[in-house]
Ligand binder design. Structure first.
Ligand code: MTE
Length: 329
């Protein structure tokens, strides 16, 4: 057997593709007659940060710049320095544009305006809102949040956005709605990753109503005092800082209220590795690596991971009585 020695944070492939997907992908590529070189390229994991130093971060291309920077909400503080903007802007997970971290150039192909968001399912009135209409109905604020990827890297960023609870209020869900499901656009002409048919596109995610209305659940429209750049998931993404980063779905164009627990993208891809709850817990390892510590983007410093990514005070109560559930994967 060929064993590659890796440092603990050097995980072979992102969010991080489970073995069964590797196998399916190999079968697909074999059927398509593609060679081993392409397979090796497609499966390449983390791109060393040093190789990306001095990259310029592309900026956003939406016409709402006058809303930024927004007032900072001082309630959300950090225990670490903010990640340098260029570093965070050039090291992204956005599988729609590739299964590696250097998708920021490819992501600029997204057409961010007009952008509509469909709000449907168990709501008093289904509707389609333009992102600018939505922005006109909410108060934007800036929050400093930690972000912990399931791959064991972490960053700290100043998101601008509004509470997901405000969107829930605007949507007027019916009494029986227990969950909120989020969906990303589907456009394989623009997003080449979506031509990879072994993934269950479009990317979807879901949370319970208790999670959606928790004060920390944040719909993000900007970062670093500017409108969100495409690679961060413009024009609308989620930030759920107590959960692994894959729950923070990017480029949302549909929000559905439902009485069923949604199956998320990664859960569908690898149910033995990624679950519905995905709350950060250093004591529950991923089946293929430890979650005890995390590598900070920019410095490569290794720091201990904290339960709920350090947000236990705000969110632990949500999970009381759910101890039998797989809350931490
Ligand atoms: N959303 C979509 N639509 N597609 C993705 O591939 N990746 C997730 C999440 N949201 C992903 C997504 C993962 S695994 C992480 S860690 C974060 O986005 C990364 O966010 P960042 O690139 O802004 O750091």
């Amino acid at each position: 057997m060929h064993i590659i020695a890796r440092r603990s944070w050097e995980i072979a492939e992102a969010c991080a593709t489970p073995e069964e997907v590797f196998l399916n992908r190999r079968r697909f590529l074999a059927r398509a007659g593609l060679g081993a070189g392409l397979i090796a390229g497609a499966a390449t994991g983390l791109v060393p940060l040093r190789a990306q130093a001095q990259e310029q971060a592309p900026s956003a291309n939406v016409a709402t710049t006058d809303l930024y920077p927004a007032r900072r909400n001082a309630a959300y503080t950090l225990d670490r320095d903010l990640t340098d903007e260029d570093t965070a802007s050039t090291y992204n997970n956005f599988y729609e544009f590739g299964s590696h971290k250097r998708i920021y150039k490819a992501a600029q192909a997204m057409k961010l305006s007009p952008w509509q968001i469909r709000i449907d399912g168990m709501v008093e009135e289904e509707r389609v809102l333009d992102i600018d209409d939505l922005l006109a109905r909410v108060d934007l604020e800036e929050r400093l949040y930690r972000h912990r990827c399931v791959e064991a890297w972490a960053m700290a960023v100043p998101w601008t956005g509004f509470a997901l609870a405000d969107l829930v209020r605007l949507a007027r869900p019916k009494a029986g709605a227990t969950h909120v499901r989020f969906q990303t656009f589907f456009d394989p002409d623009v997003a080449s990753g979506q031509r990879q048919s072994w993934y269950p596109w479009p990317y979807t995610e879901g949370v319970t109503m208790a999670e959606a209305t928790n004060e920390l659940a944040f719909l993000v429209t900007g970062v670093y005092g500017k409108p969100l750049a495409a690679q961060f998931g413009a024009p609308l993404r989620l930030a759920l800082p107590w959960k692994y980063g894959f729950k923070s779905i990017k480029s949302i164009n549909r929000i559905t209220f439902t009485s069923e627990r949604p199956t998320s993208f990664w859960e569908a891809v690898g149910p033995s590795e990624y679950g519905f709850w995905a709350n950060v817990n250093p004591e529950v390892p991923h089946p293929r690596w430890s979650q005890a510590s995390e590598r900070l983007l920019g410095t490569d410093e290794s720091v201990p991971t904290r339960l709920f990514n350090g947000y236990a005070e705000q969110v632990a109560a949500i999970y009381q009585g759910l101890e039998g559930e797989a809350l931490y994967r």
